[in-house]
Structures are given as structure tokens and as C-alpha cells.
Design a protein. Structure first.
Length: 380
């Protein structure tokens, strides 16, 4: 398992945006120096849940500032974009990043974001399917161009998309979904899978659907080729918020402020609930679900390593490390990052995947499932 630095920092307000952006770029510098292999970037708008909003522009800056880092998106909310513009920007970014790019796509789910762009959130999956079809056409078209017409996107490209990407026929794609059919579709296309901060009981069936599709991988409808499975699994990733505490630190107290801020921002961004206006009971419900649902892995290094180990044992190759959240102080983020690199990451890198673990989780009848769940909760 390798470690990638994941960027989704919240911002207190317009007077703080510049400072937060500067801290984020400096943290990416530190991650690069500390041995992180990738930086992964997301997309959110309007609520303060994310400071940069435009992941492709930020990725372009990082590609020139930190050329050793691979760049991934987790994810671009594609129903909010135009496919021709998206392909053009991704091709240019693939050139700037020398082909070290993974284009993660997903449907999004934040009501305020869809409202801001005037897009019907109920049509997001239909819109995404059409978006992907147009992108595929654009990436495979010759110099004479092509026309496209559907319920959501209609136009005619009179020429070619410029520039061409480094990766052919297109930058590698990763996909986020919870739907069984779409997960199998991602596998059949040889795409990588993006898993959110969910527990093993959710990860296991999603991974199984994906691997079923990957077993018959035929990217873009063509016959499979050598290395498709390896390429897809190499960027299959799981996201976790991580805080590595000092020995003896009461992290529930020292990062209580960032936890509370994050819970309120998350409620506003992901459910359309005004975070500052949450009732005490509703806030506590959000907070309890956050602390017990797998989002945050916090504690001393040994405990963090123990709770992350099952993900490595499942064979997930890439851990997206979300360390900047809830307006946490820059110095605290940096200290946590150092402890992670020195005391946690070496253990994860040395772990072998256990091919028997996924079937055991799916069956629910093996003692290993109970052991796995205990490790996940930090009970053992």
C-alpha cells in the first residue's frame, strides 16, 4: 500500500482563502519531500467545504511545482461540467503532468452545488452516462471531428481536440459509485475504483462487484490487453481522514475543534443542512456518525496502523490520506504527517494482501470477518 496526500481543506471565509491555499501548497511540498507518491484532488463548491473549487486548475499548478508527484482526482463532479471542455482541460493537464494523471469521475451528491450550476440533481446519473459517452467519442475521434447529440449535450467538433493527451487513447480513469451495475461497468472498462471512507461491510461488496467486472475487462469495448488488471488495481484507492497523535495525547480533546468544524461543514456541503443552524441533537447525531462510521482514523501511531492494516490486507493499493480538515492548524497537520510517515507508513508498505479476506467478509460466516471488524473499530 502506498500513501497519497488528499486535498479537501475547508476555509473559514473569504479573508482566509489565500492563507489556506498557501498552507495547502506548502503541505503538498512537505508530502512530496516526505515520500508521498501522489496528490489527489476533489471538487466542491459554495459552502466553504473546499477552498479551491476548481481541481483542474489546482492540479496544473501542482504539476509544475511538484513534478515528482502523480496527480489524481477523487473526484471531478462531471455532471457540472461540459464534456468537450473537460476533455480539452484533461488532455492539457496530462501533457503538463507528463502522463502522470488519473482522471477520477463521479456523479456528485451535494444539493447546493447542483443548485449553483442550475443542474437537476435527480438527473445526475443520466447526465454522467451521457458525459462519459461524449468524452469517449472525443478521445477516439480523428482529425476531422465529430458530432454529438443527446438530451444534455449537443454540438459539433470541427477539427481535433488540442492538445492530444500523453496517455493514449486517454488519461487513465478512476470511478466512484455505490451502484452494483456501475461498479461492474468500471471494472469491465479497466478503470480504477475509488472507495470513500466507509467500513468493511460496505467496502467488501463494492469491491466484489468491481472485481467481477474487472475479470472481463475490455476497455472502451475492445478486447482486453496485458496489464489491464494491474493498471486498474494500482490506482484503486480508499479515502480516510487521518490524525496521528503524540503518545499520551488526548486527541479527542486536542482536535475537538476541527472535528466540530468539519461536522458542520460536511452537513452543509453533503446534505444541504445549514451547519451553524443544526439543532444540538442533530449536530450530535452527525458527530456520532462521523466518529463511528470510518471517516476518521485517529490516535497514536500504533492504533492508526492497526486500524488501517485491514485495508492493506484487502489488497487496496492506494491510501488517500486526508490530513487537513476542519480548519486544523498548519503546525498540527505537519506534525501528524511526520508521525504518519515515520511510524505508520512503513508498516502499511510491508503488508501483503490476503486473498482469503474478501470472500470471508462476503460470507459473513468466517471468524476472520469478526477479527477484521474488531480491528477496524480499534477494539483489538
Amino acid at each position: 500500500m502506498r500513501a497519497s496526500y488528499y486535498l479537501n481543506p475547508q476555509t473559514p471565509g473569504p479573508d482566509d482563502d489565500r492563507r489556506v491555499l498557501a498552507e495547502v501548497l506548502a503541505q503538498v511540498d512537505l508530502a512530496e519531500r516526505s515520500g508521498f507518491s501522489d496528490v489527489w484532488i476533489t471538487e466542491h463548491h459554495f459552502t466553504g467545504y473546499n477552498v479551491y473549487s476548481d481541481p483542474i486548475t489546482l492540479a496544473a499548478a501542482i504539476s509544475q511545482r511538484n513534478p515528482s508527484l502523480r496527480i489524481g482526482f477523487a473526484v471531478n463532479v462531471v455532471p457540472l461540467s461540459h464534456p468537450i471542455r473537460f476533455v480539452t482541460r484533461c488532455n492539457l493537464l496530462d501533457q503538463l503532468a507528463s502522463g502522470n494523471l488519473v482522471v477520477g469521475i463521479g456523479p456528485g451528491n451535494a444539493p447546493d452545488e447542483f443548485a449553483g450550476y442550475g443542474v437537476d440533481i435527480a438527473a445526475r446519473h443520466e447526465r454522467m452516462a451521457e458525459f462519459i459517452a461524449v468524452c469517449r467519442r472525443a478521445w477516439s475521434a480523428g482529425p476531422d471531428g465529430f458530432a454529438y447529440a443527446g438530451p444534455h449535450y449537443r454540438g459539433e467538433v470541427r477539427g481535433r481536440i488540442i492538445p492530444a493527451p500523453v496517455q493514449r487513447p486517454h488519461p487513465h480513469i478512476a470511478f466512484a459509485s455505490s451502484d452494483a451495475g456501475r461498479l461492474e461497468m468500471a471494472g469491465r472498462n479497466g478503470w480504477s475504483l475509488l472507495l470513500g471512507p466507509v467500513g468493511p461491510e460496505v467496502i467488501a461488496p463494492r469491491l466484489a462487484h468491481y472485481l467481477r467486472g474487472l475479470g472481463a475487462a475490455a476497455p472502451d469495448g475492445r478486447a482486453g490487453a496485458d496489464g489491464i488488471r494491474e493498471r486498474a488495481l494500482a490506482d484503486t484507492s480508499v479515502l480516510r481522514q487521518i490524525y496521528v497523535a503524540e503518545e499520551g495525547e488526548d486527541w479527542r480533546r486536542t482536535i475537538a475543534g476541527p472535528i466540530d468544524v468539519y461536522v458542520r461543514k460536511s452537513a452543509a456541503a453533503n446534505a444541504g443542512e445549514a451547519g451553524e443552524d443544526l439543532s444540538p441533537s442533530r449536530f450530535q447525531d452527525w458527530r456520532d456518525r462521523y466518529l463511528t462510521g470510518g471517516w476518521l482514523v485517529a490516535g497514536p501511531a500504533a492504533e492508526v496502523a492497526q486500524r488501517l492494516a485491514p485495508l492493506a490486507r484487502l489488497g487496496i493499493a492506494n491510501l488517500l490520506c486526508w490530513m487537513n480538515f476542519g480548519h486544523m492548524e498548519d503546525a498540527r497537520i505537519r506534525a501528524s504527517l511526520h508521525r504518519f510517515v515515520e511510524r505508520v507508513l512503513p508498516q502499511l508498505r510491508g503488508m501483503e494482501a490476503d486473498p482469503a479476506l474478501l470472500p470471508a467478509l462476503l460470507s459473513g460466516g468466517d471468524a476472520r470477518e469478526t477479527d477484521f471488524a474488531r480491528m477496524w473499530r480499534g477494539d483489538s
